[in-house]
Design a protein around this ligand. Structure first.
Ligand code: S3P
Length: 437
């Protein structure tokens, strides 16, 4: 896979109009879950559409290093599930999750329940993200787990025989916390019950059902009988709405344009971006809707529109959590003011996404100011300038899209981590006629 340069420059392509279909790569969240659940299932799971990005490949290597055989055959990955008690202690110094919070928090649910000691760590950014949100409930389940004094990775797990049931009220709406506990729950006596303040994405629940487990969801609470086993199944990973988000905003802002995103996962817990853009005046439509393994899929048509600022309703925050960097770019080019509050979680992502975006937008002349839990952006024009993506893939891609709309080029530093979620981003940009080098 060709690497992405660390500094990239994006320049306006004058008179650009786009009328085309785009197929973005497979969903990152579903890809992680497919190799984890496939690895601990009984039997062979075939996966099509797996996202071959840094984050998902790190999770695949993690499962391989715990003894799961995974091979590529044409466009499929064949996972030879070892059953939930078939994993072995990881080879080497432990599991390296790279930049991936999803990989770390989900794998921890499994590693906490094994009859062997292990350790999990990541890169500088991941090793500074909060992990007590998983280590605390895992301890309540009887896991022998320890993070650093700051509550960060590396996380160490000592061998245990079995975990205990748990009824847990999560302080944050987090699919990673919920998934960690559900995966640990496969190894516990009794039931797992988790409630969260807002509904986070529910791909783990959907996929567990696909692997033959009984999981019930009721409003903000998920319940699962502990100790269930997984029966292998085949998985088709749909296209990732979070990757399409960059081009959705592009389609809205470009005149006389229309982009159809093919085979997109439109799980209701992921479509906050569409709700928010529509409130801002966007013209977006679902066509060819279907359902596959509990996941809703559609082709999504996005047309040019005049965007205006809004106060972002709190109900959309969890379901748009990864899309705020590009939404901030949309807001900075929209008419009027956009205000986001209650979005403290944005400060705990691959970077502090409120500060990283505000710093960059100010350099580009945007009138914006940070709030403790959000941001206020007054729409207007974007100037050119040099911004820092702070090694955060979504910050990098957002500022590169912004370059199509700025007066003067935008140079973005520390872009390499685009590889963690969207290795073909630049290729798609080129095909669409954007000038990014
Ligand atoms: C993810 C959940 C979200 C999201 C992340 C992927 C997942 O994080 O930001 O990119 O696949 O479970 P939280 O669950 O911590 O909000």
């Amino acid at each position: 896979m060709a690497k992405i340069k660390n500094t990239l420059t994006s320049r306006k392509q004058v008179d650009l109009k786009i009328n085309t279909k785009v197929t973005v790569p497979g969903d990152k969240s579903i890809s992680h879950r497919s190799v984890i659940l496939g690895g601990i299932a009984n039997g062979i799971t075939e996966i099509t559409g797996f996202l071959e990005s840094g984050d998902c490949l790190a999770t695949m290597y993690a499962m391989q290093s715990m003894g799961v055989e995974i091979k590529k055959n044409g466009n499929k990955y064949i996972v030879n599930g070892v059953g939930k008690h078939g994993l072995k202690a990881p080879v080497g110094s432990g599991i390296d999750c790279g930049n991936s919070g999803t990989g770390m928090r989900l794998l921890s649910g499994i590693m906490a329940a094994q009859a062997f000691d292990s350790e999990i760590f990541g890169d500088k950014s991941l090793n500074s993200r909060p992990m007590t949100r998983i280590t605390k409930p895992l301890e309540l389940m009887g896991a022998n787990v320890s993070a650093t004094k700051k509550g960060t990775a590396p996380i160490k797990f000592k061998a245990v025989e079995k975990l205990k049931s748990i009824s847990y009220q999560s302080p944050v709406a987090s699919a990673q916390v919920k998934s960690c506990l559900l995966l640990a729950g496969l190894y516990c006596d009794g039931d797992v019950s988790l409630s969260e303040p807002k509904l986070s994405r529910d791909h783990t629940e959907n996929m567990l059902r696909g692997f033959g487990c009984q999981v019930t969801s009721n409003d903000l609470t998920v319940n699962m009988k502990g100790g269930q086993s997984l029966k292998a199944t085949n998985i088709q990973v749909p296209a990732d709405i979070s990757s399409s988000a960059f081009f959705m905003v592009l389609a809205c802002l470009l005149p006389d344009s229309e982009i159809t995103f093919v085979n997109l996962c439109i799980n209701p817990s992921r479509i906050g971006i569409i709700g928010i853009l529509k409130l801002m005046g966007a013209d977006i439509e679902f066509i060819n809707q279907s359902t596959n393994a509990g996941e809703q899929i559609a082709d999504v048509v996005v047309k040019s529109s005049d965007l205006h600022g809004i106060e972002i309703p709190h109900q959309y925050i969890a379901s748009a959590i990864d899309e705020f960097p590009i939404l901030f770019i949309a807001a900075s080019l929209a008419k009027g003011q956009t205000k986001l509050t209650n979005a403290m979680e944005l400060r705990k992502k691959e970077s502090d996404r409120i500060t990283a975006m505000a710093n960059g937008m100010k350099i580009l002349g945007v009138d914006c100011h940070e709030l403790e839990d959000g941001i206020v952006i007054n729409g207007g024009k974007l100037n050119g300038g040099q911004v820092d993506a702070e090694d955060d893939h979504r910050i990098a891609m957002s500022f590169l899209i912004a370059g199509q709309f700025s007066n003067g080029a935008i140079e973005v530093k520390n872009c390499e981590n685009i590889m963690t979620s969207f290795p073909s981003f630049l290729e798609i940009c080129n095909t669409l006629g954007l000038t990014i080098k």
